[in-house]
Design a protein around this ligand. Structure first.
Ligand SMILES: C[S@@+](CC[C@H](N)C(=O)[O-])C[C@H]1O[C@@H](n2cnc3c(N)ncnc32)[C@H](O)[C@@H]1O
Length: 227
């Protein structure tokens, strides 16, 4: 199993709690905004669904919408399954084991695609984006939510110092220091803003907008597969 997949099996148990602590609870509003951006879709694919937070937001936001959540981590998907029951959306979301680089769906299956904090963890982001393009219907949207290094010269070093220290520190409470160290180390080196936009364009998408949230610490990239 590739490295990041086994990593997420290890952090699954405390993943939601740590997200909430590290983001002071703002992570839910980021995912809600992502669900908002994909517009009224009928069948949505949520890639790297993890504990299905985005898929749940999507089906709650859009009436009559169904979602498929895909993720390679069995542990994450088990937690997601339990959450669907609690959220009362079990009939609206199907969970599938699989990776973004090789999506087990026919061309043009989905009205929209979401991926939150997932593209950074794929083994091959460009292949994953090309797969998204393939399974999306023409004139449909992809929404990518990902961490970024903020651009403000005063805020950026403070924020980077906060996450460099807090991610591994909080992770260590659950015996997962190294895993959270990896997650934070991968933020500045992963393509962002212009370079992620370029990667999306290389995969075929027209990038419509970048929405910077919480002082540019996270960005939603909205792309369209043109008709
Ligand atoms: C940081 S979590 C994000 C989970 C969820 N989307 C959220 O908003 O909380 C990243 C997820 O990416 C998944 N992942 C890792 N490698 C992947 C791949 N190659 N394709 C798809 N998902 C992958 C992990 O199993 C993990 O659940």
């Amino acid at each position: 199993m590739p490295e990041t997949q086994s990593l997420f099996n290890k952090v699954a148990e405390h993943y939601d709690l740590l997200n909430t602590l590290l983001s002071f609870g703002t992570d839910k509003s980021w995912r809600r905004r992502l669900a908002e951006e994909i517009r009224s879709s009928k069948i949505v694919l949520d890639i790297a669904t993890g504990t299905a937070e985005v898929a749940i937001e999507v089906v709650k936001r859009w009436n009559g919408c169904f979602a498929i959540g895909i993720d390679p981590s069995k542990q994450m998907l088990d937690l997601a399954q339990a959450k669907l029951r609690v959220a009362g959306v079990k009939k609206k979301i199907t969970l599938v084991e699989g990776v973004a680089e090789s999506l087990p769906f026919k061309d043009g299956t989905f009205d929209a695609i979401t991926i939150a904090f997932g593209i950074r963890n794929t083994i091959d982001p460009l292949t994953s984006l090309k797969e998204m393009y393939r399974v999306l219907r023409p004139a449909s949207r992809v929404g990518i939510l990902e961490f970024a290094v903020p651009q403000n010269r005063i805020f950026a070093p403070l924020y980077m110092s906060y996450i460099r220290n807090m991610f591994p520190f909080l992770g260590s409470f659950f015996g997962k220091r190294n895993e959270y160290q990896y997650l934070v180390d991968s933020i500045p080196i992963f393509p962002q803003r212009d370079s992620l936009t370029k990667l999306m364009e290389d995969a075929g998408f027209s990038v419509k907008k970048l929405i910077e949230l919480t002082m540019g610490t996270v960005i939603i990239y909205v792309g369209v597969k043109e008709d």
